[in-house]
Ligand binder design. Structure first.
Ligand code: SF4
Length: 315
């Protein structure tokens, strides 16, 4: 995979005019091993200076165009993702460079053909270019929908499984992880499979049950909280200040204290020793779920918080 990624990066860089420019770069975690190659390629192509952001980056919701401008960069290259729906304007020109990974189309087609009923077919940005040929081969057996925050047809994000919301009997998501499938199953209520790039079909149902148990535990514990930290992230595409204030209002009306806490990343270490019995994270909905076990106190999504404290206030 390494050589493919480097080839892809190199081709993408060759298409961009960076000669004489100060270039800011964001790369996802999985690409950090190629950081030196990226910088060398940019310099070979005439970049005057390169600024590489090393903060963890999980999506184009976390665009660093403002910081890049502060650094005096003329352009920001954002690798690994395409544009995030909430970000329509940027401080400096931004070029998104998604990385396409290999997919054995024949194998994937063979699995899809065996599935009964009409399929809502979607995938993550790494496999998006293959959707067209899969649709062409399978015709009306598949339907491809469109999400809200994801910008391409058939694309799912961890915060937007909306591409599955189309007329079909079953959801199939081509990806490595389970999370998108759990969300799609929750949102559409229909049978959902993850189809891994290696061609393995995984029914997400057992994962949904585990997810629901975890979330019920979090909500039950949060109901006992006397003081809640409602966390706002400053990441561009994840900042929901109004929502955070609304959540805090509901909590206060239910009789508990609620404070607004602000950070970029929400690491468990940041709140060690702080006087909170529970947290609501108003940014990426994956944080309360993926990082649940890393926090010593329950951490809820916005939807869960509204459920917990609305119930308490009898609304
Ligand atoms: S799931 Fe989280 S990290 Fe991914 S695009 Fe959505 S908000 Fe950003």
């Amino acid at each position: 995979m390494g050589a493919d990624v480097i080839k892809h990066i190199s081709e993408a860089i060759n298409r961009i005019n960076i000669c004489g420019k100060r270039v800011a770069v964001q790369i996802p975690e999985g690409m950090k091993q190629y950081a030196a190659e990226v910088i060398d390629l940019l310099k070979t192509r005439g970049a005057q200076e390169v600024f590489l952001f090393i903060d963890p980056n999980f999506g184009a919701c976390d665009l660093k165009d403002r910081e890049a401008k502060e650094l005096g960069a003329n352009i920001l290259l954002h690798f690994g993702h395409n544009r995030f729906g909430r970000i329509t304007e940027t401080e400096i020109p931004v070029i998104y460079i998604p990385i396409t990974l290999d997919l054995n189309i024949e194998k994937i087609l063979g699995v899809l053909e065996q599935i009964e009923g009409k399929i809502a077919l979607c995938t993550t940005v790494q496999y998006l270019p293959y959707l067209k040929s899969l649709k062409k081969a399978l015709g009306n057996k598949v339907a491809i929908g469109r999400g809200v925050l994801a910008t391409e047809e058939g694309q799912v994000l961890g915060c937007d499984p909306g591409a599955c919301n189309t007329d079909a009997d079953v959801n199939v998501i081509i990806t490595d992880g389970i999370f998108h499938g759990v969300l799609a199953r929750m949102q559409t209520g229909r049978k959902t499979y993850i189809l891994t790039p290696a061609g393995k079909l995984i029914d997400v149902e057992p994962h949904v049950e585990r997810y629901l148990r975890q979330r019920e535990t979090a909500k039950t514990l949060a109901r006992e909280a006397k003081r809640v930290g409602v966390v706002i992230t400053t990441k561009r595409g994840q900042m929901y200040r109004n929502v955070a204030e609304e959540v805090a209002k509901h909590i206060r009306e239910s009789g508990a204290e609620a404070d607004l806490l602000v950070c970029d990343y929400f690491y468990p270490e940041y709140v060690e020793g702080m006087p909170y019995d529970a947290y609501v994270f108003t940014g990426c909905p994956r944080v309360p779920i993926d990082d649940y076990t890393r926090f010593k106190k329950p951490i809820l999504t916005v939807a869960e918080a509204m459920e917990v404290w609305k119930r308490d206030t009898g609304q």
